[in-house]
Design a binder for this molecule. Sequence first.
Ligand SMILES: Cc1cc2nc3c(=O)[nH]c(=O)nc-3n(C[C@H](O)[C@H](O)[C@H](O)COP(=O)(O)O)c2cc1C
Length: 122
Amino acid sequence: MKVVFFSLTGNVRRFVKNLADYPSLEITQTDPFVEVNEPFVFIAPAYEKEVTEIAWDFMSTGNNASFCKGVIGSGNLNFDSLYIYTAKDLARDYEVPLLDSFEYFGTSKDIERIKEKINAIA
Ligand SMILES: Cc1cc2nc3c(=O)[nH]c(=O)nc-3n(C[C@H](O)[C@H](O)[C@H](O)COP(=O)(O)O)c2cc1C
């Protein structure tokens, strides 16, 4: 299982370092149109739509969406009803499960729980 993500301030990048058992791919603003041809989970932080557009650019590239097994959100609970809304929107638009979420770069509990979930679908 591949782990695809983007990260603007480094939290998700830091989280993904704990998932070293899985190959990862970081999507960047310069070139989000990367084609993957293997199953992956997408980890997305929440921001305003102008900056998260790259997630949709990536998902709509080639057959990427069909390989997506689920989305995991990173966010901040202070955003209340907007908590992890980017991941929620991705899951809705591409009809894939919202697997889990964590705040900032995740706690050790978040890491263990999410590893188990990825293992379960891998
Ligand atoms: C300008 C800005 C807007 C944000 N908007 C949201 C939001 O709407 N919902 C949410 O849950 N978190 C929001 N966050 C929190 C980030 O999603 C969270 O800190 C995340 O861990 C950032 O991941 P990154 O460092 O990998 O980019 C926002 C943070 C910033 C700086």
